[in-house]
Design a protein around this ligand. Sequence first.
Ligand code: F0G
Length: 468
Amino acid sequence: MAKRPIEPFRIKAVEPISLLPEAQRRRIIKEVGFNVFRIRAEDVFIDLLTDSGTGSLSQFQQAGLMIGDESYAGSRNWFHFEQTVKEIFQKKFVLPCHQGRVAENILFSTILKKGDYVPNNTHFDTTRANTMHKGGIPVDFPCREADDERSDFPFKGNMDIDRLRAFIQKVGPDRVPVIIITVTNNSVGGLPVSMANIAAVRGVCDEFGIPLFFDAARYAENAYFIKRHESGYEDRTIMSIAQEMCGHADGIMMSAKKDGLANMGGFLAINDEKLLGRLQEMLILIEGFLTYGGLNGRDLEAIAIGLKEALCEDYLDYRVGQIRYFGEMLQQVGCPIVTPTGGHGIFADAGKLLPHIEPAHFPAQSMVVELYRRGGIRAVEIGSMMFGDKDPNTGKAVAPKRELVRMAVPRRMYTASHLEYVVDIVAEIVKDKDRLRGYRIVKEPAYLRHFTCELEEMAGYPAGAISG
Ligand code: F0G
């Protein structure tokens, strides 16, 4: 059992939270069509929906907000932001934007043609949707270990180099305008990519003349795992590991809402001057001028400070230790999870916990609903509801390999006792698991359906299940 992680901070401002009575929670979840994205945040007790933009700012970031310069062009905070991004991510040009998916949109609108392929270790949902929206075809090449439940390989976020190379040979490099590595690999459990794997993907890019981009939302957590698990990096600073990682990429797409330790923000960073002008045109068109990109001056300052705080080793020891501790407690109460644990949350294996509910009836969503009913806890389904959208280009639905419930942990926000409370609620669900029911979708949009779709609980399926 991991040591109880001690928060390396004390709390200076508090935000009250409260648990609504159970009858009210049961009514609310039904009213929102069993979709937790539609619940009012104030009706949630412990919010593990995402680690994105939800963390606490440090006293230094709060102080930074006060020196926000809201000039339209050339604010001082922009220069601090630009210099920090260049230092860590090792790129010549920086384009600010208000969140990661805009970086995706700007890049893909500029470089993708209809029918182009975009390989990734595993696309995150917005990256997949943005690729498809521009007529591209997202393809995932997770490493083989990612699917091997018995393997404790630490770098399950890696890309499968052989399959990547074979694919490019088959379709031809002209139809592959970019290769992306997502660090850490959110969709396989927030697990990291090793430096050796990054270097190998770089090799494939060089072989075929294809640029390499990182989807770098959790770059600091990835660098920390390299320090802990990859030989040769034990004595390196996290900053120098992050710089080495990013040095392999031609460009970076970043959501600063994760390892930027900020509530809003993102950027694109590149070296290619020829690409710059076209990206800048799009940036001005959809986000704003080149020195603010849809952000306030004070946001740029908070991100500049946060990007560096995320690289502090005592913070990362606590951050990754907290996730490991949470995972070990969940396993002790009989909840199957994806192992080893990653950097930003726990992925419970609802497919395994609830084998009586078929993937078509969303076992992971059934667990998500139950977490809210029983504990006022909000988590997110990562399974057939999230990934079962039909690809508008092919008309086919993507069948996920597992039915997972992600309990993402916001940065520097919840203490060990909050997580222990969540474990107590999961323990109750594990005891009653045979009584959970399946769901069916009654309303859905064309893209990213999990955000807005509505569901109904299936009466009598499976027989004997509890009533909503
Ligand atoms: N890439 C990755 C790997 C992500 O995890 C996210 C967001 C994005 C890109 C998009 O960034 O939200 O700033 O537009 N992930 C959040 C999550 C939403 O809950 O995992 P964004």
